[in-house]
Design a protein around this ligand. Structure first.
Ligand code: MG
Length: 273
């Protein structure tokens, strides 16, 4: 009798394990141990434990991707071409950069322009154009920059037929990483950066987790999950800054380097660290 009862209980457990594909979401740090069944594979996720090809698994949110270059419907639009309201100068005052014909343009000696809103880890889209009237050479031609957290610069430069040091050419993580290829369009043509950025963290004044960049330039991969070994601020002809501890969020900033560089269609999506 006892043996028969044990068999009934075991059978009930096997049936319940096979039918219950949706498990309760995790409430402890301990992962749920999926039932053992050689014909069924499970995956443990933040939303619960799911069978492979489980119809009950939560589907991703539906968004509208928009036109090529975005913005997608779930993005925060930072600049759509008609106002600098969401931006300030270095002191928090209205910027002297000009806004016209759907773009903003840097003005010499006006300093950087920065978003009022602050961000950490993110996906960022920025379009830019260096001057069609080509002047200067090396770092003096179409120089600007896109800064994440007001700290880490993706160099903007006219690197079309313009020799400079590779870790400072267009697309470089300034002084830290050379782009995989030079994907520049001609001066005056609109170009795009698409960036995936994971912010750094600091502890006791030292970097704990280093920042990471993946960058596409005009759709071409130029940085593949690159980890920065320090800051990107120029400290001399052959020196670059160390990490400077900062908070969890910072502005997106665009550099005034004395050349009139244009920007348009700037949007951002916050992502997990
Ligand atoms: Mg620059």
């Amino acid at each position: 009798m006892r043996k028969k009862l044990s068999m009934i209980i075991a059978l009930a457990l096997i049936i319940s394990a096979g039918c219950a594909s949706k498990q309760t979401a995790q409430t402890t740090d301990k992962p749920i141990v999926p039932p053992t069944n050689p014909d069924r594979q499970y995956v443990v996720t933040e939303s619960g434990t799911w069978l492979i090809h489980d119809m009950n698994r939560p589907a991703p949110e539906i968004i509208q991707p928009g036109d090529a270059g975005g913005p997608p419907s779930d993005a925060i639009v930072l600049f759509k071409g008609d106002s600098l309201d969401g931006w300030t100068d270095n002191r928090g005052n209205p910027s002297k950069w000009v806004c016209r014909d759907g773009y903003m343009e840097s003005v010499k000696d006006s300093g950087p322009i920065k978003t009022k809103q602050q961000f950490g880890s993110c996906q960022l889209h920025v379009e830019f154009a260096t001057p069609s009237n080509v002047q200067g050479s090396s770092q003096g031609r179409g120089n600007s920059g896109v800064f994440l957290m007001d700290e880490y610069e993706i160099q903007v430069l006219d690197s079309y037929d313009n020799i400079t040091y590779p870790d400072g050419q267009c697309g470089a993580l300034y002084g830290r990483a050379v782009p995989l290829v030079n994907a520049c369009r001609k001066p005056g043509e609109w170009q795009a950066y698409d960036v995936v950025f994971h912010r750094p963290t600091f502890e006791d004044g030292k970097v704990k987790v280093k920042p990471r960049f993946t960058v596409f330039h005009n759709g071409v991969l130029i940085h593949d999950n690159v980890e920065l070994e320090g800051g990107t601020t120029w400290r001399g002809p052959h020196k670059i800054s160390d990490f400077r501890p900062h908070g969890d969020k910072g502005s997106i900033a665009l550099q005034d380097h004395g050349n009139p560089v244009r920007f348009r269609n700037i949007w951002i999506r916050e992502i997990k660290d």
